[in-house]
Design a protein around this ligand. Structure first.
Ligand SMILES: NC(=O)c1ccc[n+]([C@@H]2O[C@H](COP(=O)([O-])OP(=O)(O)OC[C@H]3O[C@@H](n4cnc5c(N)ncnc54)[C@H](O)[C@@H]3O)[C@@H](O)[C@H]2O)c1
Ligand SMILES: O=P(O)(O)OC[C@H](O)CO
Length: 333
């Protein structure tokens, strides 16, 4: 049984802990709030983030990062992307020097434009062979209900990716390996922004043609950014790209799609943020990804328009008309 530390007891940290427990790991889950940890240990349930899901006995929760991280072979990070740096400043000294650090997060840091694996490398000093990413079409509640799903475990070192594949493979959760960490992270981050746009279309009452058009052109934007940053275009066609984009943009469970739908119905960003405790990463990533695109000279009109909407510089209807009335272009370029 490999000791695995999971830091972040929100929806995905908790659901992925269940996957890891099912795969035979000894899981130590860090939660920010003691009461959430106590509830998990005493009732086997995370009532706030995954109510109604019975968690295996092999998951032990604690709000002490030193206890959770001691002797961990694998360290999994699952906090909101913009909070990673501040937390890692505290956690890094407790991470064992040979542990593989796995990011579950889908975001690009505001200000630095760093991907989560880059933030991890900077703050822990871990080389690329010790930093990995798990991503794909993995809505937490479905995974926690042990519904079948596939995912990608990405590490530049194929051998490490294979170790991780065995570490999280269960009868319901099928991980594939990939060495394209850049592509996997960019795809996972950008799909949240595209899901906001699809949600806006939903909220405005548009039908499936509009949504399919945003999803497809969103994938084209993601692929252009990926290519400019050295990603493998095939990653965009796989689980981390198309797979996650389709799941997120079509699911009522997606926080990002739902956030966009509320915007489309006329709620403000502040009202929506105040209505939930859960993170919709695309809200902040719309800015960091559009800045990243500008730095790399890549045209990402959907991402830019979503960023303008979030900043309050456009209305949902203006977002749609700005996109449709752009100058005509060839589809492939
Ligand atoms: N939920 C999903 O279905 C899912 C699936 C795949 C990837 N992800 C990604 O996983 C990451 C975590 O998402 P989630 O769904 O678990 O989010 P969540 O909102 O459900 O939970 C976030 C967790 O982080 C904690 N947190 C909030 N602010 C914090 C801070 N300042 N310091 C430390 N902890 C803090 C919260 O208490 C909570 O435990 C995100 O990047 C998300 O995109 C989520
Ligand atoms: O609920 P969302 O929108 O954060 O999406 C969750 C996952 O990233 C889907 O794979």
């Amino acid at each position: 049984m490999a000791k695995t530390a999971v830091l972040g007891a929100g929806s995905w940290g908790t659901a992925f802990s269940l996957v890891l427990a099912d795969a035979g790991n000894d899981v130590h889950l860090w939660g920010r709030r003691k009461e959430v940890c106590d509830a998990i240990n005493q009732t086997r349930e995370n009532p706030e983030y995954l109510p109604g899901i019975l968690l295996p006995e092999t998951i032990k929760a604690s709000h002490d990062p030193a206890v959770v991280l001691a002797d961990a072979e694998f360290v999994v990070l699952a906090v909101p992307s913009q909070q990673l740096r501040a937390n890692l400043r505290d956690w890094a000294r407790h991470i064992p020097h040979d542990a593989v650090v796995v990011s579950l997060m889908k975001g690009v840091e505001l200000g630095t434009h760093l991907r989560m694996s880059e933030v991890i490398a900077e703050l822990t000093g871990a080389g690329p062979e010790r930093v990995a990413v798990v991503t794909g079409p993995n809505l937490a509640r479905e995974i926690a209900q042990r519904e079948p799903a596939a995912a990608v475990v990405a590490c530049v070192d194929e051998g490490v990716a294979q170790r991780l594949q065995a570490w999280c493979h269960t009868p319901a959760f099928r991980p594939y390996t990939n060495t394209d960490v850049v592509g996997c992270e960019l795809a996972g981050t950008t799909k949240n922004v595209i899901a906001l746009a699809v949600g806006v279309a939903d909220g405005l009452g548009y039908g499936d043609n509009a949504k399919a058009s945003v999803i497809t052109r969103g994938l084209a934007e993601t692929a252009r950014l990926g290519l400019a940053m050295g990603a493998d275009p095939m990653t965009m066609m796989g689980l981390a790209g198309m797979g996650d984009l389709v799941a997120t943009c079509s699911s009522p469970l997606s926080r990002n799609r739902t956030f966009g739908e509320k915007l489309g119905r006329g709620m403000t960003v502040d009202e929506i943020v105040a209505s939930t405790r859960q993170v919709a990463e695309g809200v902040k990533s719309s800015d960091s990804v559009s800045e990243l695109a500008r730095l790399h000279g890549v045209d990402m009109p959907i991402v830019e328009q979503v960023a303008a909407l979030i900043r309050g510089e456009a209305t949902p209807k203006e977002l749609v008309s700005m996109l449709v009335s752009r100058s005509p272009k060839p589809e492939i370029r």
